[in-house]
Ligand binder design. Structure first.
Ligand SMILES: [Zn+2]
Length: 425
Protein backbone atom coordinates (compact mmCIF):
# COMPACT_ATOMS: atom_id res chain seq x y z
CA UNK A 1 0.00 0.00 0.00
CA UNK A 2 1.28 3.48 -0.85
CA UNK A 3 1.90 5.74 2.15
CA UNK A 4 -0.73 8.39 2.76
CA UNK A 5 0.20 11.88 1.69
CA UNK A 6 -0.36 14.37 4.51
CA UNK A 7 -1.68 16.83 1.92
CA UNK A 8 -2.57 16.38 -1.76
CA UNK A 9 -4.66 17.92 -4.53
CA UNK A 10 -7.04 16.00 -6.83
CA UNK A 11 -8.34 17.80 -9.90
CA UNK A 12 -11.17 16.88 -12.26
CA UNK A 13 -14.87 17.11 -12.88
CA UNK A 14 -16.40 16.45 -9.49
CA UNK A 15 -19.50 14.23 -9.41
CA UNK A 16 -20.84 15.75 -6.20
CA UNK A 17 -24.49 14.86 -6.84
CA UNK A 18 -25.24 12.02 -9.30
CA UNK A 19 -28.53 13.74 -10.21
CA UNK A 20 -26.60 16.71 -11.61
CA UNK A 21 -23.73 17.01 -14.12
CA UNK A 22 -20.20 17.04 -12.70
CA UNK A 23 -18.40 20.37 -12.38
CA UNK A 24 -14.74 21.16 -12.89
CA UNK A 25 -12.99 21.66 -9.59
CA UNK A 26 -10.39 20.34 -7.20
CA UNK A 27 -10.19 18.72 -3.79
CA UNK A 28 -7.61 19.34 -1.11
CA UNK A 29 -6.96 16.17 0.89
CA UNK A 30 -5.42 16.45 4.35
CA UNK A 31 -4.73 13.51 6.66
CA UNK A 32 -6.92 11.14 4.68
CA UNK A 33 -9.95 13.42 4.51
CA UNK A 34 -11.36 15.97 2.09
CA UNK A 35 -10.35 19.33 3.59
CA UNK A 36 -11.65 21.51 0.73
CA UNK A 37 -14.05 21.12 -2.18
CA UNK A 38 -13.40 23.90 -4.74
CA UNK A 39 -15.21 24.54 -8.01
CA UNK A 40 -13.46 26.17 -10.98
CA UNK A 41 -9.90 26.16 -12.26
CA UNK A 42 -6.96 25.28 -10.06
CA UNK A 43 -5.33 28.58 -8.95
CA UNK A 44 -1.67 29.10 -9.87
CA UNK A 45 -0.91 29.47 -6.16
CA UNK A 46 -1.92 25.84 -5.49
CA UNK A 47 0.47 22.93 -6.02
CA UNK A 48 -0.11 20.90 -9.21
CA UNK A 49 -2.54 18.02 -8.69
CA UNK A 50 -1.16 14.77 -7.32
CA UNK A 51 -3.89 12.92 -9.18
CA UNK A 52 -6.46 13.65 -11.89
CA UNK A 53 -6.56 16.52 -14.38
CA UNK A 54 -9.07 18.86 -16.05
CA UNK A 55 -10.55 16.09 -18.22
CA UNK A 56 -10.81 13.42 -15.50
CA UNK A 57 -13.93 12.50 -13.53
CA UNK A 58 -13.66 12.31 -9.74
CA UNK A 59 -16.19 10.10 -7.89
CA UNK A 60 -16.37 8.54 -4.42
CA UNK A 61 -15.14 4.93 -4.28
CA UNK A 62 -17.87 2.30 -3.98
CA UNK A 63 -19.23 0.38 -1.01
CA UNK A 64 -20.57 -3.18 -1.24
CA UNK A 65 -23.15 -3.76 1.49
CA UNK A 66 -23.13 -7.58 1.29
CA UNK A 67 -20.41 -10.03 0.30
CA UNK A 68 -18.86 -13.34 1.41
CA UNK A 69 -15.04 -13.37 1.48
CA UNK A 70 -14.63 -17.20 1.31
CA UNK A 71 -16.77 -17.43 -1.82
CA UNK A 72 -14.74 -15.56 -4.47
CA UNK A 73 -13.70 -18.85 -6.01
CA UNK A 74 -17.27 -20.21 -6.02
CA UNK A 75 -18.74 -17.77 -8.56
CA UNK A 76 -20.70 -19.25 -11.46
CA UNK A 77 -21.68 -22.69 -10.11
CA UNK A 78 -25.03 -22.56 -11.81
CA UNK A 79 -28.19 -24.62 -11.99
CA UNK A 80 -29.23 -25.01 -8.34
CA UNK A 81 -31.70 -23.25 -6.06
CA UNK A 82 -30.40 -21.60 -2.88
CA UNK A 83 -30.47 -24.48 -0.39
CA UNK A 84 -28.93 -27.04 -2.76
CA UNK A 85 -26.31 -24.49 -3.88
CA UNK A 86 -25.34 -23.86 -0.24
CA UNK A 87 -24.88 -27.62 0.34
CA UNK A 88 -22.99 -28.38 -2.84
CA UNK A 89 -20.95 -25.21 -3.43
CA UNK A 90 -20.79 -22.81 -0.50
CA UNK A 91 -20.36 -25.08 2.50
CA UNK A 92 -17.47 -27.02 0.89
CA UNK A 93 -15.78 -23.73 -0.07
CA UNK A 94 -16.06 -22.37 3.49
CA UNK A 95 -14.76 -25.61 5.00
CA UNK A 96 -11.37 -24.83 3.42
CA UNK A 97 -10.71 -21.99 5.87
CA UNK A 98 -9.40 -24.43 8.48
CA UNK A 99 -6.94 -25.71 5.89
CA UNK A 100 -5.02 -22.56 5.11
CA UNK A 101 -7.40 -20.77 2.77
CA UNK A 102 -8.42 -17.83 5.00
CA UNK A 103 -5.70 -15.38 3.98
CA UNK A 104 -5.44 -16.36 0.27
CA UNK A 105 -9.25 -16.14 -0.09
CA UNK A 106 -9.39 -12.81 1.74
CA UNK A 107 -6.57 -11.37 -0.35
CA UNK A 108 -8.26 -12.55 -3.58
CA UNK A 109 -11.60 -11.05 -2.53
CA UNK A 110 -10.04 -7.69 -1.56
CA UNK A 111 -8.06 -7.48 -4.80
CA UNK A 112 -11.18 -8.09 -6.87
CA UNK A 113 -13.13 -5.44 -4.99
CA UNK A 114 -10.32 -2.89 -5.21
CA UNK A 115 -9.87 -3.55 -8.92
CA UNK A 116 -13.54 -2.62 -9.45
CA UNK A 117 -13.27 0.54 -7.36
CA UNK A 118 -14.66 -0.51 -3.98
CA UNK A 119 -13.19 1.03 -0.85
CA UNK A 120 -15.54 -0.48 1.69
CA UNK A 121 -17.69 -3.56 2.23
CA UNK A 122 -19.87 -5.43 4.67
CA UNK A 123 -18.83 -9.07 4.62
CA UNK A 124 -19.05 -12.53 6.05
CA UNK A 125 -16.07 -14.66 7.04
CA UNK A 126 -16.64 -18.33 7.95
CA UNK A 127 -17.71 -19.87 11.27
CA UNK A 128 -14.09 -20.64 12.27
CA UNK A 129 -12.93 -18.21 14.99
CA UNK A 130 -9.16 -18.29 14.48
CA UNK A 131 -9.05 -18.11 10.69
CA UNK A 132 -11.74 -15.42 10.97
CA UNK A 133 -9.59 -13.36 13.36
CA UNK A 134 -6.61 -13.74 11.00
CA UNK A 135 -8.73 -12.57 8.07
CA UNK A 136 -10.00 -9.55 10.05
CA UNK A 137 -6.40 -8.60 10.94
CA UNK A 138 -5.39 -8.93 7.29
CA UNK A 139 -8.22 -6.60 6.24
CA UNK A 140 -7.15 -4.09 8.91
CA UNK A 141 -3.67 -3.99 7.32
CA UNK A 142 -5.17 -3.45 3.85
CA UNK A 143 -6.31 -0.04 2.57
CA UNK A 144 -9.99 -1.02 2.66
CA UNK A 145 -12.70 -0.24 5.20
CA UNK A 146 -14.93 -3.10 6.28
CA UNK A 147 -17.62 -4.40 8.56
CA UNK A 148 -16.94 -8.12 8.94
CA UNK A 149 -18.17 -10.91 11.13
CA UNK A 150 -17.60 -14.54 11.94
CA UNK A 151 -20.59 -16.58 10.75
CA UNK A 152 -22.59 -18.07 13.62
CA UNK A 153 -24.27 -21.40 12.74
CA UNK A 154 -24.96 -24.61 14.64
CA UNK A 155 -27.23 -26.79 12.49
CA UNK A 156 -28.37 -27.84 9.00
CA UNK A 157 -24.82 -27.71 7.60
CA UNK A 158 -21.68 -29.92 7.63
CA UNK A 159 -19.95 -30.58 10.97
CA UNK A 160 -16.88 -28.68 9.75
CA UNK A 161 -18.94 -25.48 9.84
CA UNK A 162 -21.30 -26.09 12.78
CA UNK A 163 -18.69 -27.52 15.18
CA UNK A 164 -17.24 -24.16 16.34
CA UNK A 165 -20.59 -22.95 17.74
CA UNK A 166 -21.69 -26.37 19.04
CA UNK A 167 -18.43 -26.83 20.96
CA UNK A 168 -18.34 -23.22 22.13
CA UNK A 169 -21.82 -23.64 23.66
CA UNK A 170 -20.65 -26.73 25.62
CA UNK A 171 -17.68 -24.99 27.24
CA UNK A 172 -17.88 -23.15 30.55
CA UNK A 173 -17.52 -20.24 30.85
CA UNK A 174 -19.17 -19.82 27.49
CA UNK A 175 -17.45 -17.43 25.07
CA UNK A 176 -19.40 -14.95 22.92
CA UNK A 177 -20.53 -16.03 19.43
CA UNK A 178 -18.81 -13.02 17.84
CA UNK A 179 -15.21 -12.00 17.15
CA UNK A 180 -13.56 -10.08 20.01
CA UNK A 181 -13.87 -6.29 20.17
CA UNK A 182 -10.06 -6.09 20.22
CA UNK A 183 -10.10 -6.70 16.46
CA UNK A 184 -11.96 -3.44 15.86
CA UNK A 185 -9.93 -0.59 14.34
CA UNK A 186 -10.96 2.80 12.90
CA UNK A 187 -11.38 1.18 9.46
CA UNK A 188 -12.45 -2.37 10.37
CA UNK A 189 -15.34 -3.15 12.68
CA UNK A 190 -16.57 -6.60 13.63
CA UNK A 191 -20.25 -7.50 13.37
CA UNK A 192 -22.50 -10.34 14.51
CA UNK A 193 -23.27 -12.59 11.50
CA UNK A 194 -25.78 -15.35 12.25
CA UNK A 195 -25.86 -17.08 8.84
CA UNK A 196 -29.65 -17.31 8.54
CA UNK A 197 -32.47 -18.74 10.61
CA UNK A 198 -32.21 -22.23 9.09
CA UNK A 199 -28.59 -22.65 10.21
CA UNK A 200 -29.13 -21.19 13.70
CA UNK A 201 -30.98 -22.83 16.59
CA UNK A 202 -33.27 -20.52 18.60
CA UNK A 203 -30.69 -20.72 21.41
CA UNK A 204 -27.88 -19.51 19.14
CA UNK A 205 -29.99 -16.65 17.77
CA UNK A 206 -30.82 -15.59 21.33
CA UNK A 207 -27.16 -15.77 22.27
CA UNK A 208 -26.21 -13.55 19.32
CA UNK A 209 -28.94 -11.14 20.45
CA UNK A 210 -27.35 -10.97 23.92
CA UNK A 211 -23.91 -10.39 22.40
CA UNK A 212 -25.30 -7.49 20.36
CA UNK A 213 -26.93 -5.94 23.42
CA UNK A 214 -23.65 -6.29 25.33
CA UNK A 215 -21.76 -4.35 22.66
CA UNK A 216 -23.73 -1.17 21.92
CA UNK A 217 -23.17 0.00 18.35
CA UNK A 218 -22.43 -3.47 17.04
CA UNK A 219 -23.93 -4.25 13.65
CA UNK A 220 -25.80 -7.44 12.74
CA UNK A 221 -25.58 -9.01 9.30
CA UNK A 222 -27.84 -11.85 8.25
CA UNK A 223 -30.05 -13.13 5.42
CA UNK A 224 -33.83 -12.82 5.31
CA UNK A 225 -36.47 -14.33 3.01
CA UNK A 226 -34.25 -14.99 -0.01
CA UNK A 227 -36.10 -17.98 -1.53
CA UNK A 228 -39.54 -19.60 -1.08
CA UNK A 229 -38.00 -22.94 0.02
CA UNK A 230 -35.91 -21.18 2.65
CA UNK A 231 -38.99 -19.37 4.02
CA UNK A 232 -40.93 -22.66 4.19
CA UNK A 233 -38.05 -24.35 6.04
CA UNK A 234 -37.88 -21.49 8.57
CA UNK A 235 -41.63 -21.73 9.21
CA UNK A 236 -41.21 -25.45 9.85
CA UNK A 237 -38.14 -25.15 12.09
CA UNK A 238 -39.46 -22.28 14.20
CA UNK A 239 -43.13 -23.30 14.13
CA UNK A 240 -44.23 -19.87 12.89
CA UNK A 241 -47.15 -19.40 10.55
CA UNK A 242 -46.15 -16.39 8.49
CA UNK A 243 -43.30 -14.31 9.80
CA UNK A 244 -39.67 -15.19 9.20
CA UNK A 245 -38.84 -11.61 10.24
CA UNK A 246 -40.36 -12.17 13.67
CA UNK A 247 -37.88 -14.98 14.34
CA UNK A 248 -35.07 -12.42 14.28
CA UNK A 249 -37.13 -9.84 16.15
CA UNK A 250 -37.80 -12.24 19.04
CA UNK A 251 -34.03 -12.78 19.35
CA UNK A 252 -33.45 -9.03 19.58
CA UNK A 253 -31.60 -8.92 16.28
CA UNK A 254 -33.57 -6.18 14.54
CA UNK A 255 -32.06 -2.76 15.21
CA UNK A 256 -31.06 0.29 13.18
CA UNK A 257 -27.69 -1.41 12.71
CA UNK A 258 -29.07 -4.62 11.18
CA UNK A 259 -28.29 -5.42 7.55
CA UNK A 260 -30.77 -7.95 6.15
CA UNK A 261 -29.73 -9.37 2.80
CA UNK A 262 -32.40 -10.12 0.16
CA UNK A 263 -35.87 -9.49 1.73
CA UNK A 264 -37.45 -10.89 -1.45
CA UNK A 265 -40.42 -12.76 0.04
CA UNK A 266 -41.90 -10.54 2.76
CA UNK A 267 -45.48 -9.81 3.77
CA UNK A 268 -46.72 -6.26 4.31
CA UNK A 269 -46.54 -6.74 8.08
CA UNK A 270 -42.91 -7.88 7.82
CA UNK A 271 -42.02 -4.77 5.78
CA UNK A 272 -43.78 -2.69 8.44
CA UNK A 273 -41.74 -4.38 11.19
CA UNK A 274 -38.47 -3.69 9.34
CA UNK A 275 -39.48 -0.04 8.98
CA UNK A 276 -40.40 0.17 12.65
CA UNK A 277 -37.04 -1.27 13.74
CA UNK A 278 -35.20 0.92 11.18
CA UNK A 279 -33.36 -2.12 9.76
CA UNK A 280 -31.61 -1.97 6.40
CA UNK A 281 -32.82 -4.21 3.56
CA UNK A 282 -29.81 -5.10 1.42
CA UNK A 283 -31.03 -5.63 -2.13
CA UNK A 284 -28.82 -8.16 -3.97
CA UNK A 285 -30.28 -8.18 -7.49
CA UNK A 286 -27.56 -10.20 -9.26
CA UNK A 287 -27.75 -12.97 -6.65
CA UNK A 288 -31.54 -13.10 -6.76
CA UNK A 289 -31.41 -13.63 -10.50
CA UNK A 290 -28.50 -16.10 -10.48
CA UNK A 291 -30.18 -18.39 -7.92
CA UNK A 292 -33.65 -17.67 -9.37
CA UNK A 293 -34.79 -16.72 -5.88
CA UNK A 294 -37.24 -14.00 -6.91
CA UNK A 295 -37.48 -10.27 -7.61
CA UNK A 296 -36.98 -7.71 -4.86
CA UNK A 297 -40.00 -5.39 -4.52
CA UNK A 298 -38.43 -1.95 -4.39
CA UNK A 299 -41.86 -0.29 -4.40
CA UNK A 300 -42.86 -2.20 -1.26
CA UNK A 301 -39.62 -1.20 0.48
CA UNK A 302 -40.17 2.45 -0.51
CA UNK A 303 -43.86 2.42 0.40
CA UNK A 304 -43.00 1.24 3.91
CA UNK A 305 -40.05 3.63 4.23
CA UNK A 306 -37.51 0.84 4.74
CA UNK A 307 -33.85 1.85 4.57
CA UNK A 308 -32.05 0.35 1.60
CA UNK A 309 -28.57 -0.76 0.55
CA UNK A 310 -27.14 -2.70 -2.41
CA UNK A 311 -24.92 -5.77 -2.27
CA UNK A 312 -23.04 -8.02 -4.68
CA UNK A 313 -23.61 -11.12 -2.49
CA UNK A 314 -20.57 -12.87 -3.94
CA UNK A 315 -20.86 -15.77 -4.83
CA UNK A 316 -24.68 -15.90 -5.05
CA UNK A 317 -24.15 -12.80 -7.15
CA UNK A 318 -21.59 -13.35 -9.89
CA UNK A 319 -20.38 -9.76 -10.23
CA UNK A 320 -18.13 -7.88 -7.82
CA UNK A 321 -18.42 -4.54 -9.67
CA UNK A 322 -20.91 -2.34 -7.83
CA UNK A 323 -21.91 -0.28 -10.91
CA UNK A 324 -23.09 -3.56 -12.48
CA UNK A 325 -25.02 -4.42 -9.30
CA UNK A 326 -26.61 -0.96 -9.59
CA UNK A 327 -27.49 -1.81 -13.20
CA UNK A 328 -29.12 -5.07 -12.05
CA UNK A 329 -31.20 -3.11 -9.53
CA UNK A 330 -32.62 -1.02 -12.38
CA UNK A 331 -33.08 -4.07 -14.61
CA UNK A 332 -34.88 -6.00 -11.87
CA UNK A 333 -37.43 -3.20 -11.60
CA UNK A 334 -37.80 -3.13 -15.41
CA UNK A 335 -38.45 -6.89 -15.52
CA UNK A 336 -41.01 -6.54 -12.75
CA UNK A 337 -42.65 -3.70 -14.68
CA UNK A 338 -42.89 -5.81 -17.85
CA UNK A 339 -44.55 -8.67 -15.99
CA UNK A 340 -46.61 -6.72 -13.44
CA UNK A 341 -50.31 -7.64 -13.25
CA UNK A 342 -51.10 -3.95 -12.93
CA UNK A 343 -49.21 -3.08 -16.14
CA UNK A 344 -45.77 -1.53 -16.69
CA UNK A 345 -46.72 1.80 -15.14
CA UNK A 346 -47.53 0.12 -11.81
CA UNK A 347 -43.82 -0.41 -11.04
CA UNK A 348 -41.45 2.49 -10.52
CA UNK A 349 -38.05 2.22 -12.17
CA UNK A 350 -35.16 3.65 -10.13
CA UNK A 351 -33.07 6.25 -11.95
CA UNK A 352 -29.34 5.69 -12.57
CA UNK A 353 -28.71 8.58 -10.17
CA UNK A 354 -30.56 6.77 -7.38
CA UNK A 355 -28.70 3.52 -8.01
CA UNK A 356 -25.33 5.33 -8.13
CA UNK A 357 -26.15 7.21 -4.93
CA UNK A 358 -26.78 3.85 -3.22
CA UNK A 359 -23.43 2.30 -4.16
CA UNK A 360 -21.59 5.38 -2.85
CA UNK A 361 -23.28 7.50 -0.15
CA UNK A 362 -26.26 5.23 0.60
CA UNK A 363 -24.27 2.07 1.27
CA UNK A 364 -21.69 3.97 3.34
CA UNK A 365 -24.49 5.41 5.47
CA UNK A 366 -26.04 1.95 5.87
CA UNK A 367 -22.75 0.61 7.23
CA UNK A 368 -22.41 3.49 9.68
CA UNK A 369 -19.76 5.42 7.75
CA UNK A 370 -21.82 8.58 7.35
CA UNK A 371 -18.59 10.48 6.62
CA UNK A 372 -17.78 8.47 3.47
CA UNK A 373 -19.07 7.81 -0.04
CA UNK A 374 -19.40 11.51 -0.87
CA UNK A 375 -17.38 14.49 -2.09
CA UNK A 376 -17.84 16.73 0.93
CA UNK A 377 -15.62 18.63 3.30
CA UNK A 378 -14.71 16.30 6.18
CA UNK A 379 -15.49 13.09 4.29
CA UNK A 380 -12.96 10.27 4.08
CA UNK A 381 -10.84 10.66 0.94
CA UNK A 382 -11.61 7.26 -0.61
CA UNK A 383 -11.93 8.31 -4.25
CA UNK A 384 -11.67 7.15 -7.84
CA UNK A 385 -10.12 9.11 -10.68
CA UNK A 386 -11.93 7.98 -13.85
CA UNK A 387 -10.90 8.49 -17.43
CA UNK A 388 -14.16 8.47 -19.42
CA UNK A 389 -14.83 9.41 -23.06
CA UNK A 390 -15.55 13.13 -23.53
CA UNK A 391 -18.87 12.23 -25.17
CA UNK A 392 -20.03 10.74 -21.85
CA UNK A 393 -19.96 14.10 -20.08
CA UNK A 394 -23.60 14.93 -20.61
CA UNK A 395 -26.92 14.52 -18.84
CA UNK A 396 -26.68 10.71 -19.27
CA UNK A 397 -23.26 10.41 -17.61
CA UNK A 398 -24.33 8.28 -14.64
CA UNK A 399 -26.38 5.89 -16.80
CA UNK A 400 -23.39 5.58 -19.14
CA UNK A 401 -21.14 4.75 -16.16
CA UNK A 402 -23.55 2.12 -14.83
CA UNK A 403 -24.31 0.42 -18.16
CA UNK A 404 -20.83 0.86 -19.65
CA UNK A 405 -18.81 0.07 -16.54
CA UNK A 406 -15.40 -1.47 -16.94
CA UNK A 407 -12.62 -1.25 -14.38
CA UNK A 408 -10.30 0.06 -17.10
CA UNK A 409 -12.17 3.38 -16.65
CA UNK A 410 -10.35 3.75 -13.32
CA UNK A 411 -7.06 5.64 -13.63
CA UNK A 412 -6.31 5.91 -9.90
CA UNK A 413 -7.79 4.44 -6.74
CA UNK A 414 -7.18 6.77 -3.79
CA UNK A 415 -7.75 5.14 -0.41
CA UNK A 416 -6.58 6.50 2.92
CA UNK A 417 -5.51 9.44 0.70
CA UNK A 418 -2.85 7.31 -1.02
CA UNK A 419 -2.84 5.71 -4.48
CA UNK A 420 -3.51 1.98 -4.24
CA UNK A 421 -2.49 -0.80 -6.60
CA UNK A 422 -4.89 -3.74 -6.09
CA UNK A 423 -2.29 -6.28 -7.15
CA UNK A 424 0.11 -5.42 -4.34
CA UNK A 425 -2.05 -6.02 -1.28
ZN1 LIG B 1 -25.18 -13.62 1.31
Amino acid sequence: MAPSNPSAVVQGRLLIDPAHPPELGWLLLVDGRIAQVNLGELPASVAPPSWGGRDRLIVPAFTDAHTHLPQSGAIGCDGMPLLEWLDRVVFPAESWWTRGRAIPDTRAALRRMLREGAACFAGYLTSHPEPGAEAASFIARSPMRALVGRVAMDREAPDALTAPDIERARRRPISPPVLPESLDTPRVRTSANPRFAIACSPELLAEVGWAVRARPGMFVQTHLAESPDECARVRHLFHVEHSYTEVYDRAGLLTDRTLLAHCVHLTASEWALLAQRRCIAVHCPTANLFLRSGFFDLDAADAHGVRLALGSDIAGGPDVAMPRVARAMIETAKIRALTAPGGPASVRIPTPARAWDLITRGNSDALGWTDAGRLEVGALADLLVLRVPDAWMDEFLVGRLIYGWDHSLIETRILRAGAVNPDTI
